[in-house]
Ligand binder design. Structure first.
Ligand SMILES: [Zn+2]
Length: 450
């Protein structure tokens, strides 16, 4: 073929594929613009400042103006207040303080502890949904009780804390129908104390929390053993069998094979779908367990109380950098230093959080009374639902997947409040999402039999 025609011919051949790809991506331009504002430099600035407090160990100084956990949380509060001032009155910030009693474990004296929380109030007074994002501000060295040594905690959990601060910065100028809470919690290393207190309040006051994204150790890209650099993969841990009211739910979970369809698992799948839609060169790896072996995180006090919560964490942990006294031994530099961070990786993981939070907070609430006709024996499946409590959906997606498939495979749109599909409920799992005017989806709801 004449060389002059070769390039146009190739372009023409691939054109339909590009058009098709664009159709299925469906990015919301508003969210895309917000994702673009997450900045690696800004994240580095937050972490440099956090590290500058020397230690943020939970039992460290609370009144020293420059060193210790007290100075660190007051600085976070001041940042949140800066963002609140540019929010047109939508954002407020507070420091929840209380006193820990010695517990014979990791609290050895009465100590003031505090969570720093910024609230971006939803614009729809009929919408009581809350979306939480968290990271823990406290740091540690080899001995968890050591409150004097330098404990930079750049990655654990400066990364999660910086992500929460950055999200508050970028989203403070936005307006969503639902409310977003930016939570910098404390006392994680002493036993998830800050998150437990927050989850307890949420449970007592019956907060309508639809999702909690907990970010812990998510800004470094290499393991100490393999030396593999992985900055395109991030893990999302989610519980299968619910930790809350397990006995009550066990019979129906067992009968219907729903052990893989709890609320946290739905949130994890949603995080993968929406995160990968907005963040390039990042693959979300779903880990089908609540957390790593014998280890905990701040999402756990929430899942134990029945809230949907997941842990977002880097692909390969580096144990010479985590929970270590600062030292050099056998040619290895131990300690959680800023120089081991990958800020471009942290930017992507922060952007992942942003896209999920914004898509959820913009979406209508979940459809209500989602049910499935189960009395008649049929090779077709009929689903029914009611409009959500808040928000105006333009329609609904019926989601389908084979029982042995990890992710939703089909997404069928309708404007009606029901759908019959020529697939057997015995062979597929189903769920229903509400879809907003600009394509933002609610979390999926699994039907109950009727
Ligand atoms: Zn941590």
């Amino acid at each position: 073929m004449n060389k002059r025609f070769l390039l146009p011919a190739i372009a023409l051949f691939f054109l339909p594929f590009f058009l098709f790809a664009q159709q299925i991506v469906q990015r919301d331009p508003t969210i895309e613009a917000l994702v673009g504002q997450v900045s690696a430099d800004s994240l580095r600035g937050h972490i440099d400042k956090l590290v500058s407090f020397g230690t943020r160990q939970t039992m460290s100084a609370t009144t020293d103006p420059r060193r210790g956990i007290g100075a660190a949380r007051r600085w976070v509060l001041s940042r949140f207040n800066d963002f609140a001032r540019q929010s047109g009155g939508r954002m407020t910030a507070r420091l929840d303080l209380w006193t820990l009693k010695p517990d014979g474990r990791r609290v050895d004296k009465p100590q003031e502890i505090g969570n720093v929380i910024a609230t971006l109030k939803g614009s729809d007074p009929t919408d009581d949904r809350l979306f939480l994002v968290s990271g823990h501000i406290d740091s540690r060295v080899s001995n968890v009780m050591n409150r004097d040594a330098d404990a930079p905690g750049a990655n654990d959990d400066g990364s999660g804390t910086a992500a929460v601060i950055e999200l508050a910065r970028v989203l403070s100028k936005s307006q969503f129908p639902a409310t977003v809470l930016f939570c910098v919690v404390s006392g994680e290393e002493q036993g998830l104390l800050g998150a437990d207190s927050l989850a307890g309040t949420a449970f007592q006051q019956k907060w309508n929390i639809e999702a909690i994204l907990n970010n812990d150790i998510m800004g470094s890209n290499n393991s100490n053993q393999t030396n593999i650099v992985t900055n395109t993969l991030v893990r999302v841990f989610s519980e299968g069998l619910p930790a809350y009211q397990t006995a009550d739910k066990a019979a129906s979970i067992r009968a219907l094979g729903l052990e893989n369809d709890g609320k946290a698992r739905q949130l994890a799948r949603y995080t993968k779908e929406v995160g990968e839609r907005y963040v390039d060169n990042l693959e979300v790896v779903l880990i089908y367990r609540n957390d790593r072996y014998l280890r905990g995180g701040d999402h756990t006090p929430f899942v134990q109380r029945g809230f949907p919560a997941v842990r977002i964490t880097e692909m390969n942990e580096n144990y010479t950098h985590q929970h270590q006294d600062l030292r050099t031994e056998g040619g290895i530099r131990y300690g959680d230093y800023t120089e081991f961070m990958d800020f471009e990786y942290l930017r992507k993981n922060t952007a992942l959080n942003l896209s999920v939070l914004a898509n959820l907070a913009k979406a209508p609430a979940t459809p209500q009374s989602v049910s499935m006709e189960v009395r008649s024996l049929s090779n077709a499946t009929t689903l029914f639902w009611q409009a959500p409590k808040s928000g105006k959906p333009k329609g609904y997606y019926v989601l389908m997947r084979e029982t042995n498939w990890p992710f939703w495979q089909k997404k069928l749109f309708t404007t009606k409040l029901g759908m019959t599909v020529p697939y057997s409920k015995d062979n597929y799992f189903f769920a229903v999402q509400a879809v907003g005017e600009e394509g933002n989806e609610s979390l999926p709801v699994v039907p109950v039999g009727r």
